[in-house]
Design a protein. Sequence first.
Length: 408
Amino acid sequence: MNQNQLKNIFAFIVGCLAYVQFRFVGTFALGEIVALASTPFIAFGKFRENKNARQFVYMAFVWLLGVILADIWNGTPMEDRLKGMFNVVFLISLVPFIYWLFYDNPKRWLIYYMGYSISVLYNYYFQRTYDSDYDRMVWGVYAYYPLAIWGAGWLYYIGRKKLSYILIFLFGLWSLFNMSRNIFLNQSLAIVILIFINIVSKNSDANTFNRLFSRRFIQLSAMLVVGLFLVSYSYESMAQNGTLGEGAKKKYLIQKRSEIGLASGRGDFLVSLYMIQKKPVFGYGSYAKDKDKIAYKYRQARGMNLYHEKYEKTNLIPGHSYILGAWVYAGILGFSFFVFVLIKLWNFFKSGAVLYEPKMAGIIVYVLALYIWNILFSPFSDRINFVVFMMVLFNIYQRHAYRIGLKS
């Protein structure tokens, strides 16, 4: 068995353990422990050969500095300080192993993601607890989401692009019937982006995509706007007339009647923005508590749902977004890390690097849509999978940049 085969097996095992979680101070995954335990035995400095991977680590240290300063400034309790610091320290520590695992063969990511899909299902059935049937239903959608992405990505990889689109679209449609509309939204837009890529790539390759992309950016924007309108209209129509069930109809009507309309479905995002305005530089510190019930008063004033189970139990200030959560808890330095990530994702897409591995374009765009949503609207979690995604993209981008003479 050669090294490539051994690393394929290793990637699958790490994927299978990537969402098997345990708690010690914070929440960790067994896959992270395997990665850290393996780090002394691999080519540790390999990631330093990649400019973007190095910058990722530098910016993560900036985030860590933000955590430390915010905690000192706000007098954060020691236990919360440790959890906040270890969250970023573990993310940084994963980079050498993850980059080494994929640098020689980015296609190995498909094998890892298959294992990761199994891991998420294991967590759903054997580790997670649920307070209601509603919670079980919603988390069930997210438990099968990685499997749907992997399946659609694999179909795209073997050339069955239309079947790939159908699979991910049907999964998004199914998620609507289970109270999770964001999957339908972002994966429908992912299909639009893939169709655009295939249209442009007929007249270009990875070397010339950048120029054609610039010329056709207005076309892509128009396609996304039309796609967004159709998806939004479809959801509202089905929710309002009861096609999605009484629960979805009730949820839709409550949000529609609030002061801010359907945006109330992402109320924590708006609460985070409101809190940031009050302390934009240093934030509130790791796992900061809302002692003055500012979030509750804000939601009440705008007619949003007043009861949010997680924050009612813990009294945490909402950080329901990778980027805003980092800003709330670690100040402007935490925010800067995810600005860096968004810029790198944009550069990867517009450069045409996705065409360097054309068979992987499907899974790349499906996961890209997922992470754009998470960065904007979901609380930060799942460190190892995030690092894997970024290191795979950085590797592909560097290969593409070297070939066409871009600055990597």
